[in-house]
Design a protein around this ligand. Structure first.
Ligand SMILES: [Zn+2]
Ligand SMILES: [Zn+2]
Length: 336
């Protein structure tokens, strides 16, 4: 079969890769499509990433073969399947840190979503695979995983109705946050240097949007001068942190959703302590986050299809990566 294989030094090549064979409890999917995620790009630009590798974890596929013992899915079913699955029973899992579970980190779709066929291991089949109903498109279904990650972040940030939240970075993830935060009853301000992204965020429900400067002013007005209860960073990394500390209210919270350039937090501990600030972060999502995200997408509560601006075949994955890195694409959807 063909796969988009990462060969190091930023190089992605469409080449032959052994088609996975499946065992007991597993599924083989014929790829229908896979979203390109910022975390895939982070691996592509990271010189320590092991090669060869096949990325992609926002997978929609059609069941092509069913392993023995699988009775819940049949050949021809359209499903979304998540990449990582926790054990559900370790110290981490029992305390809600499912994405820190050893089994979670060890599990993955084989070889990854940027391939014609994908093996879904048995735990993923049991706990993190969802049958897509006919009214939901492949493209919409591919958002279950990223939306689940955003839901987890909104919960961990302890967002409450009446809060004011600033979303920094209005890529596809920022657009999901805008919608989830509005549903949570907050006033939402989007911040992005690209003006068309701020306009789009307003279409999706943001109360205000614009550059950092515009966003800072808007959140002050919306919060009666207190400052934002929450700042959610989907991009920009450590460089934006001093700005977030300026606009967050005393006692407010800053949520790191993405890694980023700059390994250290340039924040005086004195500020953290005296102002009782909270810094939260979330990594990936749990099976219950995925189930909730699946429900929001199948019910049409969150607009996702509009976020896909570019579609590329597997063989052109590299051009999709370039579109994302240049911030021309909001979301790239990869098809076989
Ligand atoms: Zn993702
Ligand atoms: Zn566990």
């Amino acid at each position: 079969m063909k796969a988009a294989v990462y060969r190091g030094a930023g190089r992605l090549v469409a080449e032959d890769w052994p088609r996975p064979s499946i065992g007991e409890g597993e599924l083989l999917l014929r790829l229908k499509g896979c979203g390109l995620c910022g975390s895939d790009i982070a691996k592509i630009v990271d010189p320590t990433t092991k090669v060869p590798a096949v990325f992609g974890h926002e997978v929609v596929g059609e069941v092509a073969a069913v392993g023995s013992g699988v009775s819940t899915y049949a050949v021809g079913d359209r499903v979304v399947a998540a990449h990582h699955v926790p054990c559900g029973d370790c110290h981490y899992c029992r305390r809600g840190s499912e994405s820190m579970c050893a089994a979670f980190k060890a599990s993955n779709l084989d070889p990854g979503g940027f391939a014609e066929y994908v093996r879904v291991p048995a735990p993923n089949v049991r706990h993190a695979t969802f049958r897509v109903p006919p009214q939901v498109s492949d493209e919409a279904a591919s958002f279950v995983e990223p939306l689940a990650c955003c839901l987890r972040a909104v919960r961990r940030a302890r967002v409450q109705p009446g809060d004011t939240a600033v979303v920094v970075g209005l890529g596809s993830i920022g657009c999901l946050f805008v919608q989830l935060l509005k549903r949570a009853g907050t006033a939402v301000v989007g911040a992005d240097a690209l003006s068309d992204r701020a306009v789009f965020a307003r279409e999706l429900g943001a109360d205000a949007g614009g550059t950092l400067e515009v966003a800072a002013k808007a959140q002050r007005e919306l919060s009666a001068g207190r400052g934002a209860d929450h700042v959610i960073l989907t991009g920009g990394g450590a460089a934006v942190l001093p700005w977030t500390a300026e606009i967050v209210r005393d006692g407010g919270a800053i949520h790191y959703f993405a890694g980023g350039e700059g390994a250290a937090l340039p924040l005086p501990l004195e500020t953290l302590y005296h102002r009782e600030l909270t810094i939260t972060a979330t990594y990936s999502s749990s099976p219950s986050d995925l189930a909730e995200a699946f429900g929001l997408i199948t019910s049409g509560a969150i607009q996702v299809e509009r976020l896909i601006t570019h579609r590329v075949p597997l063989a052109s994955l590299a051009s999709g990566v370039d579109l994302m890195r240049r911030r021309e694409a909001l979301k790239v959807y990869v098809t076989p």
